[in-house]
Design a protein around this ligand. Structure first.
Ligand SMILES: C[S@@+](CC[C@H](N)C(=O)[O-])C[C@H]1O[C@@H](n2cnc3c(N)ncnc32)[C@H](O)[C@@H]1O
Length: 265
């Protein structure tokens, strides 16, 4: 049982326990204690609906203002494209880039429990670096900042407002090895830095993802890399065009991700 300043008998058995913490608006010092516990990032049940509700509550407990930020983006996009939807709004305000403005936030982002599961499966060693390509608000960085404190995390994200909000929470929580950077992964000036692990969850169009995977292949000629891919889209591109990646783990049932490794010698 977890000892928080104001909640000495905290348990994480059901969503109600998380709802209770959310409604009490707990102190920053208690939030810092919470993120150091695996149970905080574990969904009370493994099904998709509960995992999303759990992640939504974790965001609220940590003070993420994602709803506000996304509503501002939608309002902006509606001005340009009143009849649009989440398929068209992102590209219409972000120079053709698919930023998924208007998409439900729990579909936009990976659930915390899945970020935790991925990091556990990867068996990452201290000081290894993890990069998220198209990071949104940087949930992977929250789990790393809380539980894998010797690792560093960089999330690249096109949408400035998401980057600022994610970094605001990282700074407040003192996650000093985690950062979000505002970048266009498809820009000519973007050079993919070396890392031990890359995470991609269907961030853009086929040619964008293909471009990023080609950059990764160059890095894999110099050092071993692990690549975690979430979503069907990127996995299909890998199957069709990137045989240099070896499939090591394929998520079953409700796990929507695969893990690949590569070291091209
Ligand atoms: C499906 S979300 C995944 C978010 C996060 N990786 C996760 O799994 O929770 C993809 C993100 O990639 C961003 N994105 C799309 N195209 C991009 C680009 N060219 N450069 C940087 N970010 C991009 C979108 O704005 C969106 O936030």
């Amino acid at each position: 049982m977890l000892q928080l300043e104001f909640f000495p008998r905290t348990e994480f058995r059901s969503l109600l326990d998380f709802q209770h913490l959310e409604s009490e608006r707990i102190s920053l010092s208690d939030r810092k204690i919470l993120v150091g516990h695996f149970e905080f990032f574990q969904s009370p049940k493994a099904n998709d609906v509960i995992r999303k509700q759990h992640s939504n509550l974790v965001d609220k407990i940590l003070g993420f203002r994602t709803k506000y930020v996304e509503e501002m983006l939608v309002a902006d996009a509606r001005g340009f494209d009143p009849e649009g939807s989440h398929e068209t709004w992102g590209p219409s305000i972000h120079g053709g880039i698919q930023t998924w403005v208007g998409l439900d936030i729990e579909t936009l982002q990976t659930p915390y429990s899945e970020c935790l599961r991925i990091l556990q499966l990867l068996k990452i060693k201290p000081y290894q670096q993890i990069i998220d390509l198209g990071a949104a608000y940087g949930r992977m960085g929250v789990v790393i900042g809380g539980l894998f404190i010797k690792n560093s995390f960089t999330g690249f994200e096109f949408v400035k407002a998401r980057v600022e909000e994610g970094n605001r929470v990282y700074n407040e929580m003192g996650f000093n090895r985690c950062q979000l950077l505002e970048r266009d992964l498809f820009s000519k000036d973007f050079k993919l830095p070396e890392a031990d692990v890359y995470f991609i969850y269907d961030y853009g169009q086929v040619d964008h993802i293909d471009h990023t995977l080609n950059q990764m292949a160059k890095i894999a000629e110099k050092r071993p890399v692990k690549v975690v891919v979430r979503g069907q889209f990127t996995r299909r591109i890998i199957k069709e065009k990137h045989e240099w990646l070896d499939l090591k783990y394929e998520g079953k049932l409700e796990e929507d991700f695969s893990i690949y490794t590569a070291y091209i010698v």
